[in-house]
Design a protein around this ligand. Structure first.
Ligand code: AMP
Length: 280
């Protein structure tokens, strides 16, 4: 496994790969890797000649400095997991290399995709994500790039970014990897206290209830039921939204869209968890 921390050295190496017309799969991550990330690496390995995984905690996508500070980091373990997964290249750039003109995002507009959910509750988040992902795309020039449905809104925004910037990159969505309990794997899970860890599968359980409730209740009634259900848990619900999968606009009745997904963000103490589930 090749490890690069400078843009130049990575690009010199990749040039040979591109010359040989080999396909490059790219998996951008913020590290503290788990089996969810590894499913993306595995898929990339299957689809491409070479897999490049970046590990970079992107400061501009954190609206809350404390969240950035507390974001879990374990590069030794990350490298072990990537090596075991037969990842070909790991890219570990510095913040200064990725932000030579200072830690600022570019301004993006994604036709409303950015207005709800993470965009609303984490102002500037998607400008930060789109800035760093487009910089990575420019450096790595992948054939395919892999994004988890765990961050479904991010995935939709990256699909839009590719259209807007006319990148010739195929975006491959990957299903959410979960613990057996249903808890969506997340780097942030390592910060859960035992009480929250034990209760965490409740989030997936409640998401699943929406599938049943949609047969008997309106969208609004369902949302109220979700809110009530959360009151029985130790979590503090930040949002529950039921949206059209393409526009990410909240729906007001079940027949409004053929593809409906429910989205939840909730606090487990100071740890913010997100999850989502396809409802229709
Ligand atoms: P992160 O390191 O959290 O920025 O995630 C890097 C990539 O891994 C993103 O495309 C995420 O959506 C994806 N990812 C994170 N957790 C999971 C999961 N449980 N299942 C599938 N993909 C995931």
């Amino acid at each position: 496994m090749q490890i690069f921390d400078s843009i130049d050295s990575l690009q010199t190496w990749l040039k040979e790969i591109q010359k040989a017309d080999k396909s490059i799969g790219f998996v951008p991550t913020m590290g503290a890797l788990h089996e969810g990330h590894i499913t993306l690496v595995n898929q990339s390995n299957q689809d491409n000649d070479i897999t490049v995984c970046s590990v970079f905690v992107n400061p501009t996508q954190f609206n809350n400095p404390e969240d950035l500070d507390k974001y879990p980091r374990d590069i030794k373990k990350d490298l072990k997991l990537l090596e075991a997964a037969n990842c070909d290249v790991v890219f570990l750039p510095t913040v200064a290399a990725m932000y030579p003109d200072g830690e600022k995002s570019e301004d993006f507009e994604f036709g409303g995709l950015e207005n709800q959910m993470e965009g609303k509750y984490r102002p500037g988040h998607f400008d930060g994500v789109a800035t760093i992902v487009s910089r990575f795309f420019d450096i790595v020039k992948p054939t395919k790039a892999y994004f988890g449905e765990k961050d479904f809104q991010q995935l939709r925004i990256i699909q839009e970014l590719v259209k807007q910037k006319d990148y010739h990159i195929q975006i491959i969505p990957m299903p959410i990897a979960r613990e057996r309990s249903g808890l969506a794997l997340s780097s942030r899970n390592t910060r859960l206290t035992p009480t929250y860890k034990e209760a965490a599968p409740e989030i997936f359980r409640i998401l699943n209830l929406i599938k049943d409730w949609k047969n008997d209740f309106s969208v609004n009634q369902t949302i109220i039921k979700v809110e009530e259900e959360f009151l029985k848990t130790p979590f503090e619900l930040e949002y529950i939204l039921i949206c059209d999968e393409l526009s990410l606009e909240p729906i007001s009745n079940w027949d409004q869209s053929e593809n409906i997904r429910a989205f939840i963000a909730a606090y487990a103490g100071d740890v913010r968890l997100i999850d989502n589930l396809k409802i229709k």
